[in-house]
Design a protein around this ligand. Structure first.
Ligand SMILES: *Cc1c(COP(=O)(O)O)cnc(C)c1O
Length: 420
């Protein structure tokens, strides 16, 4: 096991105290993967309540970095539902839509899958303190896993730019919170300096161990589909860690012979935070960071750290990148919510982008699609209340406004007139 630079292929020790290569490139964990991965082992572990096998991350540990049992910090995590989203598939006009709900992780987002592996690595290298910059979900996850592991944590968040629920979660789990006067990208720069100068273990997705854990979204998804591949896998892109992790997971499954061909990947960005989409449109000839602005705060990132890895994932899978407006995100979210599944705004970019790609014919009506919902509905109740009760609600066909009535049967009959 090594760290390998994705740009110049230089290798470092797997526990080297660094997040980048000397050339500035990102690092990958390269695993000594066996070409005899036995899928039956994964099935067997489904039959136990014991840690770590019960974790939807560590169940797949033959495909992950190795740790001694005493270093594994697991809650456990993963084991998220894969919904057969028939109502949404019908609305989109496609035959098959699966939605994997990563908002069903312990702290309400997929970040927990990466955090269990990276926190375990922090324990292995005897970190004194852990840190991250965050648009909210990473900070909640860091705070919870640091508590699980008994490590002090400090999180850097852009002041006023994360949802109250996510800030509240982080406060509650007990991490030290530093609110930065600036945006996420400024917080990200500062935390990298702090990590280098103060020797604090960095838990952002620039840490390659985070991405190792996030690979298991794909492993568990395919396991749930009994290893039948969907034609497309679609997910939102912000800092692009998850897109990178999915690409690496696919490459490794191909390398170990578990998969003979690959699904195509579609990454969806919010229009106001779409540097990856713009780069894709230039055939990756240019990449320009931008000032990010979107209602989907979890993907409000203008200078994605994992750009080069995500580009590799798109190229590997003959993938596409699409962008959607905030209104498209909010309307898709209302549909997902009203199908009884629900998610936070950033996750709804998945379905908004899918709608656009079906409309433009990139995704065929007969294609099977697996979408990733990244965060839980309750992560951003402000977005829900504004959509359904705010000033613009009257113009939104899906708005569901509560009514206030006198406590009489007559008043109730009047309200339910059309439904009964
Ligand atoms: C972190 C996050 C994203 C973005 O994932 P990246 O790996 O940064 O691209 C999307 N949705 C939610 C809910 C998130 O928490």
């Amino acid at each position: 096991m090594n760290l390998t630079c994705v740009d110049c292929s230089r290798e470092y020790d797997a526990d080297a105290d660094r997040t980048r290569c000397d050339c500035g490139g990102l690092l990958d964990v390269t695993l000594p993967l066996s070409d005899e991965i036995d899928r039956g082992t994964f099935d067997q572990r489904l039959g136990t309540w014991a840690k770590p096998d019960v974790s939807g991350v560590w169940r797949y540990r033959e495909l992950l970095p190795t740790f001694a049992d005493q270093h594994i910090a697991t809650k456990p995590e993963g084991n998220t539902n894969l919904y057969d989203a028939r109502t949404l598939a019908q609305w989109l006009g496609i035959d098959q839509l699966w939605l994997k709900h990563e908002g069903e992780n312990p702290t309400g987002s997929f970040k927990d899958r990466g955090m269990t592996v990276a926190t375990s690595h922090a324990l292995k290298v005897r970190a004194r303190m852990v840190a991250c910059a965050s648009t909210g979900n990473t900070s909640a996850s860091v705070a919870a896993y640091a508590a699980e592991a008994g490590l002090p944590a400090v999180v850097f968040v852009p002041d006023g730019k994360i949802s109250p629920a996510k800030l509240g979660q982080t406060v509650a789990y007990g991490a030290r919170i530093v609110q930065i006067r600036g945006d996420f990208d400024a917080a990200m720069t500062l935390v990298q300096q702090a990590s280098a100068e103060l020797g604090i273990y960095l838990l952002n997705s620039i840490n390659p161990y985070r991405l190792e854990g996030q690979k298991t979204i794909l492993f568990e998804l395919l396991h749930q589909l009994e290893w039948r591949l969907p034609d497309w896998i679609i997910l939102p892109g912000g800092n692009l860690g998850n897109s990178s992790a999915l690409g690496k997971a696919l490459a490794e499954l191909q390398q170990t012979g578990v998969l003979s061909h690959l699904p195509r990947m579609a990454v969806i960005q919010a229009e106001g935070a779409s540097p990856f989409y713009e780069a894709f449109r230039s055939d990756f000839r240019s990449f320009e960071p931008m000032e990010a602005n979107t209602i989907a705060s979890a993907i409000q990132i203008g200078n994605p750290v994992s750009y080069s890895k995500a580009r590799r994932a798109i190229e590997l899978t003959d993938g596409v990148v699409e962008s959607v407006t905030d209104d498209e995100i909010l309307d898709a979210k209302a549909r997902i919510d009203q199908s009884g599944i629900g998610c936070e705004p950033a996750s709804a970019a998945t379905v908004a982008g899918l709608q656009k790609l079906v409309h433009s014919g990139v995704i065929g009506r007969g294609d099977s699609v697996a979408g990733i919902l990244t965060g839980h509905l309750m992560k951003d109740s402000d977005a829900v209340m504004t959509y359904h009760l705010g000033d613009a609600a009257a113009d939104r066909p899906l708005a569901n406004r509560p009514v206030v009535i006198d406590p009489t049967m007559d008043a109730l009959r009047e309200v339910l007139r059309d439904e009964l």
